[in-house]
Unconditional design. Structure first.
Length: 285
């Protein structure tokens, strides 16, 4: 393929990569802007810097992954609160300013595509992002599963205990309330013993998300990533222990063979930016 440009627009930083059939050939990073004007300026500058670092190859498209509610068909981002943006017609602006076909999607959907490419997976995959929140991007053999209203993969808001702690969504006992970075300090958590109640509770919650994804969409692979994956080995151990606990109560759950289908991706792989480069305008239609 000719080179493609991908941009991961996060609440803290914006990363751009240029990829071709050999992998990442150029990259750049900058602090994200706040508001539409500043955020777009950073995206454009970072994209140009990545192209410069790649030697300005012939580029066929640009894709952007953004946190928030994304209408992939229209290329519009709404309620990107970490960027202080209510509505952003991002695809239109990218095409006008860069003169390339553009695609826009939720950042976790983009990361799912990036994980599939980085791990050279051909089968279906769910990318479970453990960051500030908890959500999954789901990719089948025909592309990203977004759902009727873009809500596919919001597994973090499944309640696993109606008497549990209050989640940011307003409900009680959501997986995110036990495993999201808004509620859990990952660095402190993984300094605790594996048998500590805190790690066991976290592992049970994430394992519940893994099992829920296998039950709902029966993907071949569940790949876990995000900020919590910085402690990769400890995270995999903790989730695996949670899976064992859930399997002990049910031969049906044990039959899902979750251990074989579960992995934690290397946190050094920039799956969101790589996946953004793989987005295409046609696939969102």
């Amino acid at each position: 393929m000719t080179a493609r440009l991908g941009v991961d627009i996060g609440g803290t930083s914006t990363r751009a990569v240029v990829v071709d059939e050999s992998g990442v050939i150029g990259e750049a990073e900058a602090t994200s802007g706040r508001g539409v004007v500043a955020a777009l300026d950073v995206v454009l500058a970072t994209a140009q810097a990545a192209l410069e670092s790649a030697g300005r190859p012939t580029t066929s498209s640009i894709g952007a992954g953004v946190p928030g509610v994304v209408d992939a068909r229209a290329g519009i981002v709404r309620h990107a609160v970490n960027l202080e943006i209510d509505e952003w017609h991002l695809r239109e602006q990218l095409e006008d300013r860069l003169g390339l076909p553009a695609a826009v999607d939720n950042d976790v959907n983009a990361a799912a595509l990036g994980a599939r490419r980085a791990l050279q997976i051909e089968e279906s995959l769910a990318y479970l992002n453990l960051g500030t929140g908890v959500a999954a991007g789901i990719v089948g053999v025909s592309g990203v599963l977004r759902g009727a209203r873009g809500g596919a993969g919001e597994v973090g808001h499944l309640s696993v205990d109606p008497r549990g702690p209050r989640c940011g969504c307003g409900r009680r006992g959501c997986i995110e309330a036990y495993a999201g970075g808004r509620f859990v300090d990952g660095r402190a958590l993984f300094r605790m013993p594996a048998a500590s109640p805190e790690r066991q509770r976290f592992g049970w919650a994430v394992a519940s998300a893994v099992i829920s994804l296998l039950l709902m969409v029966d993907v071949e692979h569940v790949v876990v990533g995000g900020g919590m994956a910085r402690s990769r080995a400890a995270l995999l151990e903790t989730i695996s222990n949670g899976v064992v606990a859930l399997e002990a109560d049910s031969t049906f759950i044990a039959g899902l063979d979750a251990h074989r289908r579960l992995q934690v991706i290397d946190p050094g792989i920039d799956v969101a930016a790589i996946g953004a480069a793989l987005l295409s305008r046609e696939s969102a239609r």
